[in-house]
Design a binder for this molecule. Structure first.
Ligand code: PLP
Length: 396
Protein backbone atom coordinates (compact mmCIF):
# COMPACT_ATOMS: atom_id res chain seq x y z
CA UNK A 1 0.00 0.00 0.00
CA UNK A 2 1.31 3.46 -0.89
CA UNK A 3 2.35 5.75 1.92
CA UNK A 4 -0.73 7.97 1.65
CA UNK A 5 -2.54 7.84 4.97
CA UNK A 6 -5.39 10.19 4.07
CA UNK A 7 -6.03 8.68 0.63
CA UNK A 8 -6.01 5.18 2.05
CA UNK A 9 -8.82 6.13 4.46
CA UNK A 10 -10.82 7.85 1.71
CA UNK A 11 -10.60 4.86 -0.57
CA UNK A 12 -12.36 2.57 1.89
CA UNK A 13 -15.92 1.81 0.85
CA UNK A 14 -17.65 1.88 4.20
CA UNK A 15 -21.39 2.55 4.23
CA UNK A 16 -24.53 1.46 6.05
CA UNK A 17 -26.56 -1.61 5.14
CA UNK A 18 -29.50 0.63 4.08
CA UNK A 19 -27.26 2.78 1.92
CA UNK A 20 -26.47 5.36 4.61
CA UNK A 21 -23.26 7.17 3.65
CA UNK A 22 -22.07 6.65 7.20
CA UNK A 23 -21.86 3.05 8.42
CA UNK A 24 -24.80 2.14 10.66
CA UNK A 25 -24.15 2.18 14.39
CA UNK A 26 -24.49 -1.22 16.01
CA UNK A 27 -25.59 -0.42 19.54
CA UNK A 28 -25.78 -4.01 20.69
CA UNK A 29 -23.65 -5.73 23.24
CA UNK A 30 -24.56 -9.20 22.00
CA UNK A 31 -25.39 -10.78 18.63
CA UNK A 32 -27.86 -13.42 17.54
CA UNK A 33 -26.98 -16.55 15.55
CA UNK A 34 -29.27 -18.45 13.22
CA UNK A 35 -27.50 -21.67 14.00
CA UNK A 36 -26.03 -22.78 17.31
CA UNK A 37 -22.96 -24.23 15.63
CA UNK A 38 -21.98 -20.83 14.24
CA UNK A 39 -21.85 -19.51 17.79
CA UNK A 40 -19.52 -22.33 18.75
CA UNK A 41 -17.33 -21.60 15.72
CA UNK A 42 -17.25 -17.88 16.54
CA UNK A 43 -16.01 -18.61 20.06
CA UNK A 44 -13.17 -20.67 18.71
CA UNK A 45 -12.31 -17.98 16.12
CA UNK A 46 -13.46 -20.07 13.16
CA UNK A 47 -16.31 -17.93 11.85
CA UNK A 48 -14.82 -14.88 10.16
CA UNK A 49 -17.28 -12.02 9.74
CA UNK A 50 -19.48 -13.11 12.65
CA UNK A 51 -19.81 -10.98 15.75
CA UNK A 52 -20.18 -12.51 19.17
CA UNK A 53 -20.12 -9.94 21.92
CA UNK A 54 -19.09 -6.28 21.87
CA UNK A 55 -16.21 -6.60 24.35
CA UNK A 56 -14.70 -8.86 21.71
CA UNK A 57 -15.70 -7.07 18.49
CA UNK A 58 -18.48 -4.78 17.34
CA UNK A 59 -19.17 -3.74 13.71
CA UNK A 60 -18.91 -0.01 14.52
CA UNK A 61 -15.55 -0.58 16.19
CA UNK A 62 -14.47 -2.67 13.22
CA UNK A 63 -15.22 0.18 10.77
CA UNK A 64 -13.07 2.55 12.80
CA UNK A 65 -10.34 -0.06 13.31
CA UNK A 66 -10.24 -0.77 9.55
CA UNK A 67 -9.91 2.94 8.79
CA UNK A 68 -7.05 3.29 11.29
CA UNK A 69 -5.31 0.23 9.83
CA UNK A 70 -5.64 1.82 6.38
CA UNK A 71 -4.11 5.04 7.72
CA UNK A 72 -1.15 3.22 9.29
CA UNK A 73 -0.70 0.55 6.62
CA UNK A 74 -1.12 -2.25 9.17
CA UNK A 75 -3.14 -5.40 8.57
CA UNK A 76 -5.42 -4.70 11.48
CA UNK A 77 -6.26 -2.48 14.46
CA UNK A 78 -8.24 -2.54 17.70
CA UNK A 79 -9.94 0.43 19.36
CA UNK A 80 -9.91 1.03 23.10
CA UNK A 81 -11.65 3.17 25.69
CA UNK A 82 -8.53 5.36 26.19
CA UNK A 83 -4.99 5.89 24.97
CA UNK A 84 -3.71 4.41 28.23
CA UNK A 85 -5.78 1.27 27.57
CA UNK A 86 -4.13 0.93 24.16
CA UNK A 87 -0.64 1.35 25.63
CA UNK A 88 -1.14 -0.91 28.66
CA UNK A 89 -2.91 -3.68 26.68
CA UNK A 90 -0.17 -3.72 24.04
CA UNK A 91 2.53 -3.93 26.71
CA UNK A 92 0.79 -6.58 28.78
CA UNK A 93 0.13 -8.67 25.68
CA UNK A 94 3.82 -8.59 24.75
CA UNK A 95 5.37 -9.03 28.20
CA UNK A 96 5.08 -11.55 30.99
CA UNK A 97 6.57 -11.76 34.47
CA UNK A 98 10.38 -11.69 34.29
CA UNK A 99 10.52 -9.66 31.07
CA UNK A 100 12.28 -6.37 30.52
CA UNK A 101 11.36 -3.23 28.55
CA UNK A 102 13.54 -0.42 27.24
CA UNK A 103 11.69 2.88 27.14
CA UNK A 104 12.38 6.46 26.22
CA UNK A 105 12.57 8.49 29.42
CA UNK A 106 10.71 11.41 27.84
CA UNK A 107 7.21 10.08 27.35
CA UNK A 108 3.72 11.00 28.51
CA UNK A 109 3.62 11.08 32.35
CA UNK A 110 0.89 8.43 32.62
CA UNK A 111 2.88 5.97 30.51
CA UNK A 112 6.00 6.76 32.53
CA UNK A 113 4.10 6.04 35.78
CA UNK A 114 2.71 2.75 34.38
CA UNK A 115 6.19 1.59 33.37
CA UNK A 116 7.94 2.78 36.50
CA UNK A 117 5.41 2.16 39.26
CA UNK A 118 2.91 -0.38 37.99
CA UNK A 119 4.69 -2.97 35.85
CA UNK A 120 7.26 -3.88 38.57
CA UNK A 121 4.26 -5.28 40.54
CA UNK A 122 4.14 -7.96 37.83
CA UNK A 123 7.91 -8.41 37.87
CA UNK A 124 8.30 -6.60 34.54
CA UNK A 125 11.19 -4.16 34.75
CA UNK A 126 12.02 -1.13 32.68
CA UNK A 127 15.24 0.67 31.75
CA UNK A 128 14.67 4.29 30.78
CA UNK A 129 17.06 5.67 28.18
CA UNK A 130 17.66 8.78 26.15
CA UNK A 131 16.01 7.44 22.99
CA UNK A 132 18.19 9.62 20.75
CA UNK A 133 21.30 7.91 22.10
CA UNK A 134 21.15 4.70 20.07
CA UNK A 135 24.23 3.29 21.80
CA UNK A 136 22.51 3.54 25.16
CA UNK A 137 19.47 1.76 23.68
CA UNK A 138 21.72 -1.05 22.45
CA UNK A 139 23.60 -1.36 25.71
CA UNK A 140 20.34 -1.56 27.69
CA UNK A 141 19.34 -4.79 25.90
CA UNK A 142 19.29 -7.86 28.18
CA UNK A 143 18.53 -11.50 27.40
CA UNK A 144 14.99 -10.97 28.79
CA UNK A 145 14.27 -7.70 26.92
CA UNK A 146 11.01 -7.94 24.96
CA UNK A 147 10.34 -4.49 23.60
CA UNK A 148 11.54 -0.98 22.91
CA UNK A 149 8.93 1.66 23.65
CA UNK A 150 8.95 5.25 22.47
CA UNK A 151 6.86 8.14 21.19
CA UNK A 152 7.51 9.43 17.66
CA UNK A 153 7.50 12.99 19.01
CA UNK A 154 7.80 12.81 22.75
CA UNK A 155 5.53 14.49 25.25
CA UNK A 156 6.38 17.21 26.26
CA UNK A 157 9.97 17.68 25.04
CA UNK A 158 9.21 17.02 21.35
CA UNK A 159 12.25 14.81 21.04
CA UNK A 160 12.12 12.91 17.73
CA UNK A 161 12.64 9.14 17.76
CA UNK A 162 14.63 7.74 14.88
CA UNK A 163 12.16 4.98 14.07
CA UNK A 164 14.08 3.29 11.21
CA UNK A 165 17.21 3.02 13.38
CA UNK A 166 15.26 1.79 16.41
CA UNK A 167 13.53 -0.74 14.14
CA UNK A 168 16.91 -2.04 12.99
CA UNK A 169 18.03 -2.51 16.59
CA UNK A 170 14.82 -4.25 17.57
CA UNK A 171 14.77 -6.58 14.56
CA UNK A 172 18.41 -7.53 15.07
CA UNK A 173 17.70 -8.43 18.69
CA UNK A 174 14.30 -10.01 18.15
CA UNK A 175 12.47 -7.29 20.10
CA UNK A 176 9.19 -5.55 19.33
CA UNK A 177 9.24 -1.83 18.62
CA UNK A 178 6.12 -0.16 20.02
CA UNK A 179 5.57 3.49 19.04
CA UNK A 180 3.06 5.97 20.42
CA UNK A 181 2.25 8.24 17.46
CA UNK A 182 -0.33 10.40 19.27
CA UNK A 183 1.42 13.72 18.40
CA UNK A 184 1.93 12.90 14.70
CA UNK A 185 -0.96 11.06 13.06
CA UNK A 186 -0.63 11.26 9.24
CA UNK A 187 2.67 13.16 9.62
CA UNK A 188 4.62 10.01 10.45
CA UNK A 189 3.66 6.42 9.63
CA UNK A 190 5.74 4.42 12.16
CA UNK A 191 4.68 0.98 10.95
CA UNK A 192 5.90 1.75 7.45
CA UNK A 193 9.20 2.86 8.97
CA UNK A 194 9.66 -0.48 10.74
CA UNK A 195 7.71 -0.28 14.01
CA UNK A 196 5.81 -3.45 14.93
CA UNK A 197 2.95 -1.86 16.85
CA UNK A 198 1.60 1.69 16.72
CA UNK A 199 -0.53 3.00 19.57
CA UNK A 200 -2.64 6.14 19.76
CA UNK A 201 -4.51 8.25 22.21
CA UNK A 202 -7.38 9.09 19.85
CA UNK A 203 -8.52 11.55 22.52
CA UNK A 204 -6.13 14.00 20.86
CA UNK A 205 -5.68 14.86 17.16
CA UNK A 206 -7.46 11.84 15.70
CA UNK A 207 -10.80 12.75 17.25
CA UNK A 208 -9.91 16.42 17.58
CA UNK A 209 -13.06 17.46 19.46
CA UNK A 210 -12.14 16.84 23.11
CA UNK A 211 -15.54 15.21 23.61
CA UNK A 212 -14.26 11.75 24.50
CA UNK A 213 -11.36 9.60 25.60
CA UNK A 214 -10.29 6.79 23.25
CA UNK A 215 -7.30 4.84 21.97
CA UNK A 216 -6.12 2.47 19.27
CA UNK A 217 -3.58 -0.27 18.61
CA UNK A 218 -2.51 -0.81 14.99
CA UNK A 219 -0.57 -3.99 14.21
CA UNK A 220 -0.51 -7.31 12.38
CA UNK A 221 -3.53 -9.59 12.21
CA UNK A 222 -1.67 -12.00 14.44
CA UNK A 223 -1.13 -9.44 17.20
CA UNK A 224 -4.66 -8.01 17.06
CA UNK A 225 -6.14 -11.52 17.09
CA UNK A 226 -3.98 -12.40 20.09
CA UNK A 227 -5.25 -9.28 21.93
CA UNK A 228 -8.87 -10.31 21.41
CA UNK A 229 -8.40 -14.03 22.04
CA UNK A 230 -11.17 -15.23 24.35
CA UNK A 231 -8.78 -17.38 26.39
CA UNK A 232 -5.78 -15.15 26.96
CA UNK A 233 -6.15 -11.89 25.05
CA UNK A 234 -5.32 -8.86 27.18
CA UNK A 235 -7.90 -6.63 25.53
CA UNK A 236 -10.61 -9.30 25.74
CA UNK A 237 -9.87 -10.16 29.37
CA UNK A 238 -9.18 -6.68 30.79
CA UNK A 239 -12.07 -5.33 28.73
CA UNK A 240 -11.23 -1.67 27.92
CA UNK A 241 -13.37 -1.70 24.78
CA UNK A 242 -14.52 1.51 23.09
CA UNK A 243 -18.24 2.22 23.01
CA UNK A 244 -19.58 1.74 19.45
CA UNK A 245 -21.45 5.08 19.53
CA UNK A 246 -18.11 6.77 20.12
CA UNK A 247 -16.41 4.73 17.42
CA UNK A 248 -18.98 5.99 14.98
CA UNK A 249 -18.38 9.66 15.85
CA UNK A 250 -14.57 9.26 15.87
CA UNK A 251 -14.72 7.64 12.41
CA UNK A 252 -16.48 10.72 11.03
CA UNK A 253 -13.85 12.98 12.62
CA UNK A 254 -11.03 10.81 11.26
CA UNK A 255 -12.15 11.77 7.75
CA UNK A 256 -11.14 15.40 8.37
CA UNK A 257 -7.86 14.60 10.14
CA UNK A 258 -5.67 15.33 7.10
CA UNK A 259 -7.07 18.87 6.75
CA UNK A 260 -6.81 19.52 10.46
CA UNK A 261 -3.21 18.31 10.72
CA UNK A 262 -2.18 20.66 7.91
CA UNK A 263 -3.82 23.64 9.63
CA UNK A 264 -2.44 22.74 13.10
CA UNK A 265 1.04 22.48 11.56
CA UNK A 266 0.71 25.71 9.59
CA UNK A 267 -0.41 27.66 12.66
CA UNK A 268 2.25 26.10 14.88
CA UNK A 269 4.99 26.94 12.38
CA UNK A 270 3.78 30.54 12.26
CA UNK A 271 3.80 30.87 16.06
CA UNK A 272 7.17 29.12 16.39
CA UNK A 273 8.76 31.63 14.02
CA UNK A 274 7.11 34.57 15.77
CA UNK A 275 8.17 33.30 19.21
CA UNK A 276 11.72 32.96 17.90
CA UNK A 277 11.72 36.46 16.38
CA UNK A 278 10.55 37.80 19.73
CA UNK A 279 13.46 36.21 21.58
CA UNK A 280 11.51 33.48 23.39
CA UNK A 281 13.09 30.09 24.10
CA UNK A 282 10.96 28.06 21.71
CA UNK A 283 10.98 24.36 20.94
CA UNK A 284 9.35 23.22 17.68
CA UNK A 285 10.54 20.37 15.44
CA UNK A 286 9.73 22.45 12.37
CA UNK A 287 12.54 24.89 13.17
CA UNK A 288 15.80 23.93 11.45
CA UNK A 289 17.76 24.30 14.71
CA UNK A 290 15.59 21.69 16.51
CA UNK A 291 17.75 18.64 17.28
CA UNK A 292 15.27 16.24 15.68
CA UNK A 293 14.40 18.40 12.65
CA UNK A 294 16.46 16.43 10.14
CA UNK A 295 15.29 13.04 11.39
CA UNK A 296 11.66 14.15 11.33
CA UNK A 297 12.11 15.50 7.80
CA UNK A 298 13.52 12.18 6.70
CA UNK A 299 10.58 10.24 8.17
CA UNK A 300 7.59 12.49 7.58
CA UNK A 301 4.81 12.63 5.01
CA UNK A 302 5.69 16.26 4.22
CA UNK A 303 2.28 17.54 3.17
CA UNK A 304 1.09 17.44 6.81
CA UNK A 305 3.80 19.68 8.26
CA UNK A 306 5.67 19.40 11.55
CA UNK A 307 2.72 19.06 13.90
CA UNK A 308 0.67 21.26 16.18
CA UNK A 309 2.68 21.16 19.40
CA UNK A 310 5.13 23.88 20.47
CA UNK A 311 6.67 24.69 23.79
CA UNK A 312 8.24 27.81 25.24
CA UNK A 313 10.37 27.99 28.33
CA UNK A 314 9.29 30.74 30.72
CA UNK A 315 11.90 29.51 33.23
CA UNK A 316 9.74 29.57 36.38
CA UNK A 317 6.34 27.99 37.06
CA UNK A 318 5.15 31.36 38.43
CA UNK A 319 5.91 33.18 35.21
CA UNK A 320 4.36 30.35 33.18
CA UNK A 321 1.17 30.45 35.30
CA UNK A 322 0.86 34.21 34.99
CA UNK A 323 1.25 34.11 31.20
CA UNK A 324 -1.23 31.23 30.83
CA UNK A 325 -3.88 33.04 32.92
CA UNK A 326 -3.39 36.19 30.87
CA UNK A 327 -3.60 34.28 27.58
CA UNK A 328 -6.82 32.63 28.67
CA UNK A 329 -8.36 35.97 29.62
CA UNK A 330 -7.22 37.47 26.32
CA UNK A 331 -8.96 34.67 24.36
CA UNK A 332 -5.87 32.92 22.99
CA UNK A 333 -7.28 29.58 24.09
CA UNK A 334 -7.79 27.54 27.24
CA UNK A 335 -5.53 26.74 30.17
CA UNK A 336 -6.14 22.99 29.98
CA UNK A 337 -4.26 19.73 29.59
CA UNK A 338 -4.65 17.54 26.51
CA UNK A 339 -4.01 18.44 22.91
CA UNK A 340 -5.19 18.16 19.35
CA UNK A 341 -8.26 20.32 19.95
CA UNK A 342 -9.62 22.88 17.48
CA UNK A 343 -8.87 25.62 20.00
CA UNK A 344 -5.42 26.34 21.36
CA UNK A 345 -4.70 24.67 24.72
CA UNK A 346 -1.78 25.38 27.00
CA UNK A 347 -0.46 23.89 30.21
CA UNK A 348 2.66 23.80 32.32
CA UNK A 349 3.88 20.25 31.65
CA UNK A 350 6.07 19.79 34.73
CA UNK A 351 3.13 20.55 37.02
CA UNK A 352 0.48 18.70 35.00
CA UNK A 353 0.84 15.95 32.39
CA UNK A 354 4.44 15.18 33.41
CA UNK A 355 3.93 15.62 37.16
CA UNK A 356 4.22 11.81 37.54
CA UNK A 357 7.87 12.17 36.53
CA UNK A 358 9.92 12.94 39.67
CA UNK A 359 11.45 16.43 39.74
CA UNK A 360 15.05 15.16 39.60
CA UNK A 361 14.23 13.09 36.49
CA UNK A 362 12.47 16.12 34.96
CA UNK A 363 15.66 18.14 35.50
CA UNK A 364 17.87 15.39 34.14
CA UNK A 365 15.83 15.12 30.93
CA UNK A 366 15.84 18.91 30.50
CA UNK A 367 12.20 19.59 31.36
CA UNK A 368 12.14 23.15 32.65
CA UNK A 369 9.75 23.97 35.51
CA UNK A 370 8.57 26.96 33.45
CA UNK A 371 7.78 25.04 30.26
CA UNK A 372 4.46 25.89 28.62
CA UNK A 373 3.24 23.33 26.09
CA UNK A 374 0.90 24.72 23.44
CA UNK A 375 -1.39 22.58 21.37
CA UNK A 376 -1.98 25.09 18.61
CA UNK A 377 -5.58 25.22 17.40
CA UNK A 378 -7.18 25.59 13.99
CA UNK A 379 -7.35 29.39 14.27
CA UNK A 380 -8.33 31.01 11.00
CA UNK A 381 -6.37 34.15 11.87
CA UNK A 382 -3.21 33.01 13.61
CA UNK A 383 -1.62 36.47 13.22
CA UNK A 384 -4.35 37.87 15.40
CA UNK A 385 -3.76 35.06 17.93
CA UNK A 386 -0.09 35.96 18.01
CA UNK A 387 -0.90 39.64 18.62
CA UNK A 388 -2.95 38.58 21.65
CA UNK A 389 -0.06 36.46 22.97
CA UNK A 390 2.33 39.36 22.39
CA UNK A 391 0.09 41.70 24.36
CA UNK A 392 0.25 39.24 27.30
CA UNK A 393 4.03 38.86 27.01
CA UNK A 394 4.45 42.64 27.06
CA UNK A 395 2.39 42.89 30.25
CA UNK A 396 4.29 40.14 32.09
N1 PLP B 1 0.05 9.09 24.83
C1 PLP B 1 0.33 10.40 24.81
C2 PLP B 1 1.50 10.90 24.01
C3 PLP B 1 -0.44 11.31 25.55
O1 PLP B 1 -0.13 12.62 25.51
C4 PLP B 1 -1.52 10.81 26.33
C5 PLP B 1 -2.36 11.72 27.13
O2 PLP B 1 -2.08 12.89 27.30
C6 PLP B 1 -1.78 9.45 26.33
C7 PLP B 1 -0.98 8.62 25.57
C8 PLP B 1 -2.89 8.87 27.13
O3 PLP B 1 -4.09 8.98 26.44
P1 PLP B 1 -5.53 8.93 27.11
O4 PLP B 1 -5.67 10.14 27.97
O5 PLP B 1 -6.45 8.91 25.94
O6 PLP B 1 -5.62 7.68 27.92
Amino acid sequence: MENKPATNIQELKQFGEFGGVNPSITDSSTFTFLEANTMIDTFSGNAPGCFLYSRHWNPSNKYLADALAAMEGTESAWVTGSGMAAITCAMLQLCKSGDHIISSVTIYGGTFAFLKNYLPKFNINVTFVNISDLESVKSAIRPNTKMIYTETMTNPLLQISDIPELAKISKKNNLKLVVDNTFCPMIVSPFKLGADIVVYSMTKFINGKNDCVAGAICASNEFINSLSDVNDGTAMLLGPVLDPLRSSSILKNLHTLHIRMKQHSKNAMYLANKFKENGLKVNYPGLPEHKGHKILKSMMNEEFGFGGIISIDMETPEKASKLMEMMQNEGVGYLAVSLGYFKTLFSNSGKSTSSEVPEDVQKEMGLSAGLIRFSVGLDNDIENTFQKIKKCLNRL
